[in-house]
Design a protein around this ligand. Structure first.
Ligand code: ASP
Ligand code: MG
Length: 457
């Protein structure tokens, strides 16, 4: 059994739907005992749905109506281009019409009440996925591919944390057993939605923006599939951002930990936390490109090819817009409890710290959320001397066995002889060496390291 998930860019227009249908057709061959297709909304539709709600909240119902119009046009165009038979077109246009009527009523409600709760927003956001999945399901049927449709809210049960709902895994497993497995007795393919779910009492929830990957992992785990395929619009995770390093290459295989380090610092392919349920249960996750389906992509799993261990580094990631705070106090010398006081201040202002490096009497920290920087500095100043530097970037080198292997740090910093490094942090993880540079040095820095480790000689 397989789960294949297609992101918004893979169902952006009629041609993309055609691509998806042919990928699905091939996936059926690879997965003889069942294929669950999890779909995102058509590209841009979730944003439109949310924009319309905010326009209604601002008492601009006529703008909300224009937004509904944009949503209508996008789907109508895809429907008209995909289907030849008038009956199919009519059926789908009717579904579209009904959903848009409901949407208008919801927007009206928001505008009358002047209130937009997370619960209402989830109710509004659901239409993107409901529409895309209806279109693909009927398109597969029109190609004579035997398929069934599942409203995922029947099985993906969550708590009631609207807009960031948490799956209730044992409920989901039971529902999948009752409602999905039996369907596979009669059909090789089931088309369903990502992103949305429902509480036990049936009210619609969402897993958070970009949540379809999470849906794929949750459903893949419940179905105990052999693999989960995340189809997107890039070839996979890369050795570096190709916009900065044009000769960056796709990484064939990464461990879950490596993928996590890379994602946090800028590699936007997918958020690994969302696929954690799968990887933790030894279900491999593949990232594939629906626009280039023959490319091997990237495999994220718990098992890593031992040959890859020979490489000193696997990839380089970076994150700009970082602020460093340097705290120093002679009171720190031979004292205990000082760092606890420093960290308590960050906890008080709910500000997450990215990197830390310490000496006997000072500590340097970086943050990327500057909301409470003034308050943090004020509080820190009661403990120590504080200085702040903004417009910095973190560069993260992801590798293997940093603690047990010589050479990596040497190579990295040798290549950066002419770059000013403000802070270094390494050794906390066996696979992450990070350092801080000025924002305008970050591109030359990552290029230099990439050339050093990956340039073919
Ligand atoms: N359509 C939702 C979003 O845009 C979920 C997803 O695409 O994963 O956030
Ligand atoms: Mg999306």
């Amino acid at each position: 059994m397989l789960v294949v998930k297609f992101g918004g860019s893979s169902v952006g227009d009629s041609n993309s739907f055609k691509n998806v249908a042919s990928i699905v057709e091939q996936a059926i061959v690879r997965s003889s005992d069942g294929l669950l297709v999890v779909l995102s909304a058509m590209a841009g539709v979730t944003n439109l749905l949310i924009n319309g709600a905010n326009q209604a909240l601002d008492q601009n119902l006529s703008e909300s109506c224009q937004t509904i119009e944009l949503i209508r046009q996008k789907h109508e165009l895809a429907i008209n281009e995909l289907f030849l038979a008038t009956a199919c077109k009519q059926e789908l246009n009717l579904i579209l019409e009904n959903y848009l009527k409901e949407l208008f009523i919801l927007y009206q409600g928001i505008s009358y009440l002047g209130e937009l709760s997370a619960k209402s927003l989830d109710n509004i956001s659901k239409y993107g996925e409901l529409l895309s999945s209806n279109i693909l399901y009927r398109y597969l049927l029109s190609l004579n591919i035997k398929a069934d449709y599942l409203d995922v809210r029947e099985v993906l049960i969550t708590d009631n944390s609207y807009s960031k709902a948490n799956p209730l895994m044992s409920e989901i497993k039971n529902k999948v057993f009752d409602k999905v497995i039996p369907k596979f007795k009669n059909t090789p393919v089931i088309v369903t939605q990502g992103f949305i779910g429902a509480t036990q009492s049936g009210s619609t929830t969402t897993l958070g923006r970009g949540g379809s990957d999470y849906s794929a992992a949750i459903l893949g785990l419940a179905l105990r599939v052999q693999a989960i395929e995340i189809w997107t619009d890039v070839d996979g995770m890369m050795t570096c951002d190709p916009r900065v390093v044009p000769n960056a290459t796709v990484i064939d295989e990464v461990s879950f930990e490596e993928a996590s380090e890379l994602a946090y610092f800028g590699a936007k392919v997918l958020h690994p936390l969302t696929i954690r349920p799968a990887v933790d249960n030894n279900i491999p996750v593949k990232i594939l490109n629906s626009k280039n389906p023959t490319h091997k992509g990237t495999l994220i799993s718990n098992w890593v090819n031992p040959d890859l261990n020979k490489a000193l580094i696997r990839a380089i990631a970076f994150k700009t817009g970082i602020t460093a705070i340097f705290v120093s106090s002679p009171k720190m010398l031979m004292a205990y409890g000082f760092l606890a006081k420093v960290f308590a201040i960050f906890e008080k202002y709910q500000t997450s710290i990215d990197l830390i490096s310490t000496s006997e009497v000072s500590v340097a920290l970086t943050i990327d959320d500057k909301t409470y920087i003034k308050q943090i500095i004020e509080d820190l100043s009661t403990l120590a001397d504080v200085s702040v530097k903004e417009n910095l970037a973190i560069v993260t080198v992801v590798g293997r066995y940093f603690r047990n292997q010589s050479g990596t740090a040497g190579y990295v910093f040798e290549s950066l002889k002419n770059i000013n490094i403000l802070m270094i942090s390494g050794g906390a993880s066996d696979i992450n060496l990070s350092f801080v540079v000025n924002d305008n040095d970050v591109k030359p820095a990552v290029k230099l390291i990439h050339d050093k480790f990956f340039a073919k000689t």
